[in-house]
Ligand binder design. Structure first.
Ligand code: HH2
Length: 261
């Protein structure tokens, strides 16, 4: 899954203008992305919320333009049901919700009605404050329990079981080292819940903690290492900024694994 940002304050992964975002999306497809994840609101720790109409104005033209010449699955990265609805009408096929359909009272009913695929991600707190002092007794057990409960709630609301994905939400209300690393290492516990698992580790802060405060554009090696660890533990997809390099890493890693059999 390649990241396409439709956020004017972002200078990477699209950002700035609709044209830049669409051009970036085409590059990711050429690089081998199987899914494109379009987002119009940053969820970085401390990021300010964006009103729904503004978010719709950012993402819909980008989704329409991608859909005009590609059948690629497109996911909309949003917490807002009205944005998901507009995105699906424009051609999105998946709702990637970092709030696991818990942000708005009508999120669950909207997901059921839209009938699209849904990513339920674990987040502790909300983006503005989530990194203040995250605490867990057993992070893997607590995240797995939360995701199992959200999947059951989504199914009870009418979301089809086969449309549900789960995501442990690396970096969302987690201590860089104490929580994110056990979650990646223990991902099989979440895979065991029986849904496809999406993992987002690309350029995240924990990589800087392990490598001399490397800035986001210098976290490629760590991003790939973490993505491979996730796939080894059973992740069905990885959300990444650097599609070409990740695809190459996965091809080599899988070829070596196949040669072993
Ligand atoms: N991480 C980010 C955004 N959306 N969605 C899922 N399902 N899983 C993730 O791990 C995930 C996500 C991080 O977003 P942000 O920090 O805003 O930056 P970017 O969108 O450039 O990755």
């Amino acid at each position: 899954m390649g990241v396409v940002n439709a956020t004017p304050d972002s200078f990477s992964d699209g950002g700035r203008t609709t044209e830049a975002a669409v051009e970036h999306a085409r590059r990711l497809l050429a690089d081998g992305a199987d899914i494109l994840d379009v987002g119009g609101e940053s969820t970085r720790p401390g990021a300010a919320p964006v009103p729904a109409d503004e978010e719709i104005a950012r993402v819909v033209p980008v989704i329409r333009a991608i859909r005009a010449d590609s059948a690629v699955p497109i996911s909309i990265d949003t917490m807002k049901p009205e944005v998901a609805r507009a995105a699906v009408a424009a051609g999105a096929t998946m709702w990637n919700d970092v709030a696991a359909l818990g942000h708005a009272p009508d999120s669950l009913a909207t997901a059921a009605e839209l009938g699209c695929e849904v990513v339920l991600m674990h987040m502790k707190g909300e983006p503005r404050t989530m990194q203040a002092a995250p605490a867990y007794e057993d992070v893997v057990a607590e995240v797995a329990e939360f995701l199992a409960e959200r999947a059951a709630t989504a199914m009870a609301a009418g979301v089809a079981r086969e449309r549900i994905w789960l995501d442990p939400g690396v970096g969302f209300g987690k201590h860089a080292i104490r929580h994110n690393l056990p979650l990646i290492a223990g991902l099989a516990r979440i895979v065991d819940l029986g849904f496809p698992v999406l993992l987002g580790v690309s350029r995240k802060r924990f990589i800087a903690e392990l490598d001399r405060e490397a800035p986001p554009d210098q976290r490629l090696g760590g991003s790939i290492a973490a993505a491979l660890a996730g796939v080894a533990a059973g992740a069905a997809a990885v959300r990444v900024h650097d599609v070409r390099e990740t695809v190459q890493a996965l091809r080599v890693w899988e070829a070596v694994a196949a040669a072993r059999d």
